[in-house]
Design a protein around this ligand. Sequence first.
Ligand code: ADP
Length: 469
Amino acid sequence: MINTAEGLLRDSRTYLRILYLFLAFPLGTLYFTFIITGLSVGFGLAIVIVGFPILVLTLLGWLLFARVERELAIHLLGARVRPMTVPDPVKRTAWQRLLKTLADPVTWKSLVYVTLEFPFGVASFTLATVLLTTSLSLILYPVAYAISTALYQQFPGDAQGTMFPGVTINGNFDVNVFVLFLLFSAVGVVLSVVSLAVLNGMGWLWGRFAEVMLGVDESRMQLASAQAEAQAQQVRAEKADQSRRELIVNASHELRTPVASISAHVESLLKPGRQMDEETRKYLSVVAAETGRLGSLVDDVLSLARADADELRLDVRPVDVPAVIDQVCDALAPLARRDRNLSLIHSSAPGLPQAMADRERLGQAITNLIRNAVNNTPEGGIISVETALAGDRVAITVSDTGIGIEPADLKRIFDRFYRTDESRARDAGGSGLGLAIVRDLVTAMGGSISAESVPGQGSVFQVWLRRAT
Ligand code: ADP
């Protein structure tokens, strides 16, 4: 019991809480006056537009008061109040922020809190004043008696009167009265300890109230921290992804030079007329073919990595599509005829408008499609490329009379590194990246691509580009 009382007296929190109980009165009065005036004037004038800014100002005022109160509750009352808001990952306009604040329960709970502070302040101030002054006067009774008696002896005329019913101050120091007043003093000490306990308890209770009213719920805090954690993880994942992409771009870029150098050296070794035995020539030819394959694989990986890293740097502008296709066909037709006796035909609808594309990349995409057609069409087949207008788009159709694609493969041929079993069995030499690159390029130009096929009869690839005018 004594220990508890001593603890209470020694703890600075007790006095801070009592200080708060005194402060609550003027602060509560200020809040109450401001809010009630603001709300009544604001609503009163809501018909004319000025009422609205007054209401917003009142809202801002009470939120500011609530923040001040939250700080006071933490530092004076020793309450553990959670933050009033949780970080908002979404960027909002001022109007959206206002609506969000109005929909937030903490806003309304804080209004209740700061408004209730007025009656609480009146009660706490009154109680604290009554209890503390009563205790203090009781404690001071013997001191007051001794001083008054002594004063009477010095100034008989000035200091006299009745201090307590039946006790007159007349210069005679009555020990019995003094002892009685000492008892009063003891009662005063007890009362002061009880008062401190009551006031401390009152402050503690109000602090708990602040915890409920001035902070967000525990569940919302947990949700917010989970969201923040998820966001941080996403940022980390994006960073890791970005550095992986950069690594691939840089690595494939660096690989190009040595591969090109090997290729050039092997080609000069294989120059016609150079003396070497048949076996060496055979081995060197394999090295040349495989280096060529490695070179185009590196180029393909680099193209895809650039697309992933948004580094394609396309120059999309109105392009004359038939002219681009003619150029590609001119380059590939001789090879197609020489290797497999294939005919490569190009036809385009008259008066075709220009399409939005990157000229060079479009050429690369069409080259890939025609190469695939050449690689998958048996001797004597036909590969045709048609360009036509389809609504607001320019359609390029590459069809062949080749081996076709099984429906199960058709779904996956645009996947990276996907090759049909047929192509693997023939060791056709591809890496399975060609169509993935075509799709990335076409999509980056704002177009789309699709494929259809009848196994054994042929395949049709269609590219749609936006028309320019
Ligand atoms: P690759 O570089 O290996 O040819 P692609 O991504 O260009 O890779 O093609 C994916 C798969 O689709 C390959 O296995 C290829 O054989 C098949 N393919 C592509 N075009 C045709 C076509 N016109 N006819 C038949 N199969 C095709």
